[in-house]
Design a protein around this ligand. Structure first.
Ligand code: PLP
Length: 473
């Protein structure tokens, strides 16, 4: 592709993107294709000869786009959002054009120095104390794995990486059952082993870890000759927003000299609003925190921010310096690849910088406050309908409910069928969870471009789908 063609197709792609965003409300939110349908439309073998860009672009529009689920659709209420404010998409166009690999300071000093600066902006915006240093990870799963590896190394006096785990005491990590499954994966991958992830019982409507039970479990493990390594707390768990009492967890951790990692992947972005910070009171006592600005703040996916109180521990756990990666004569610089598991790094700070400047913290706070207020109003409306029940009260902008018409015997099956029906109709997109063993339908508002009218449409879409279900009349 020569320079003229590159210009032409870049403009075309940007225009396509703008049209796409403008027309999203007219598309079904979830892809409406059957499994295998897209693959069947793509030749099984690669082309030997070059093809015209016109043909490639046309196939993108006719074959690929219909098979996409539209995460930027204003009526996307499933999972948690993976937002991409238009300004962060513009930043990503620029990043893509430069295509720098930003593993070391010297492989793009601006990427490193902007990352340091912009993560400190975000730290201030979140009300985190000075002393927390941030790094951008590709995902919360990577941040949590890194934290678990630090826990492991600290507990083993930095011998785990070298010697491995055989012959060591049995390591123990504690969390509630509300923590995302990325903690399970971190436990397997770190070699600690699933059976050493100790699930602590929860209590109260926030489903927080019982701090006394946590302490008893740690003491019992020590008495049994095991090696408690750390605790993973959550603020805004994925299922229904389960939230630990961070101060209580940190107090236990301090008494037992354990590492605390807080997973606030979704809810963390809301902490730019001072009124929500009571949800993580005591956060200054944590050793590390992960939150995903790509979930709720609006930074184009992927952008996961990982704050640590002691970067040296992270670097001691993850850094590796073969001669070809050394940066001789550059004292005091940061090589962020030493803070992460992958070596190669995309330039992710630019979109956060564009986003925070173009919207200002007040603009971003306004968006989050709207989502919370609209979701809470919707929960009240749904809960007031005689054939619905609210299963979990709103935690910020997340709540769950169940449709329970009196003549339906199997309510779990009925609610799964209802979710499928709603998603097949395509006006909105929702997903389900299980609460105390029973199926519930999750609703979260967090889409960057959502309006109050989109939530009103959600109410209508839910009620009309439910009442047209067999046995629901
Ligand atoms: N933690 C929570 C609370 C989540 O909801 C999720 C994903 O939705 C994760 C962690 C994992 O996030 P990631 O996809 O960035 O690894």
């Amino acid at each position: 592709m020569d320079s003229e063609a590159f210009r032409h197709w870049s403009v075309k792609a940007a225009e396509w993107g703008a049209d796409y965003r403008e027309g999203l409300r007219d598309r079904p939110v979830r892809a409406q294709t059957a499994p295998g349908e897209i693959a069947a439309a793509i030749p099984a073998s690669p082309p030997e000869e070059a093809e015209a860009m016109e043909a490639i672009f046309a196939d993108f529009e006719t074959t690929i786009v219909p098979g996409m689920t539209h995460w930027q659709h204003p009526r996307f209420f499933a999972y948690f959002p993976a937002n991409a404010a238009p300004v962060s998409v513009v930043a990503e166009y620029l990043v893509t054009a430069m295509a720098a690999q930003c593993m070391l300071w010297q492989t793009s000093p601006a990427a490193t120095e902007l990352e340091t600066r912009v993560l400190d902006w975000l730290r201030q915006a979140l009300g985190l104390p000075e002393g927390f240093a941030g790094v951008i990870q590709d995902s919360a799963s990577s941040a949590t794995l890194s934290a678990v590896l630090v826990m492991r190394e600290r507990a083993l006096d930095w011998t785990g990486n070298g010697q491995g785990l055989p012959g060591q005491k049995r390591l123990r990590v504690y969390s509630s059952d509300q923590v995302h499954t990325s903690i399970d994966r971190a436990i397997w991958v770190s070699g600690i082993g699933q059976e050493n992830l100790v699930r602590i019982e929860t209590e109260g409507p926030s489903r927080r870890m019982n701090a006394k039970a946590l302490e008893r479990a740690i003491e019992a493990d020590r008495a049994a000759g095991h090696l408690p390594a750390g605790i993973v707390a959550c603020v805004g768990g994925t299922s229904v927003g389960g939230t630990d009492d961070v101060a209580a967890v940190c107090a236990v951790a301090k008494r037992h000299r354990l590492y605390v990692h807080v997973d606030a992947a979704w809810a963390g972005s809301a902490m730019i609003c001072p009124e929500f910070r009571t949800l993580w009171t005591g956060i200054e006592g944590a050793d590390s925190i992960v939150l995903n600005p790509h979930k709720w703040l609006g930074a184009q996916f992927d952008c996961s921010t990982h704050y640590v109180r002691d970067p040296d521990s992270l670097v001691k756990t993850l850094a590796i310096q073969p001669e070809f990666l050394k940066t001789h004569g550059r004292d005091g610089i940061i090589n962020y690849s030493e803070w992460t598991i992958p070596l190669g790094r995309r330039f992710r700070a630019l979109k956060l910088w564009f986003l925070m400047r173009a919207h200002g913290l007040e603009g971003l706070r306004g968006m989050i406050r709207n989502h919370v207020a609209w979701a809470q109003a919707l929960a009240l409306r749904i809960g007031a309908e005689a054939d619905f029940e609210l299963v979990s009260e709103p935690m910020l902008s997340l709540f769950s409910f169940r449709h329970c018409p009196k003549d339906v015997a199997d309510l779990d099956r009925h609610n799964i069928d209802l979710v499928n029906r709603i998603n097949d109709l395509g006006r909105i997109y929702l997903t389900q969870t299980r609460v105390d063993g029973a199926v519930a339908i999750r609703f979260q508002a967090g889409q960057f471009d959502a309006t109050e009218a989109d939530l009103a449409e959600a109410f209508d879409a839910i009620l009309s789908a439910a009442r047209s279900m067999p046995g629901s009349a």
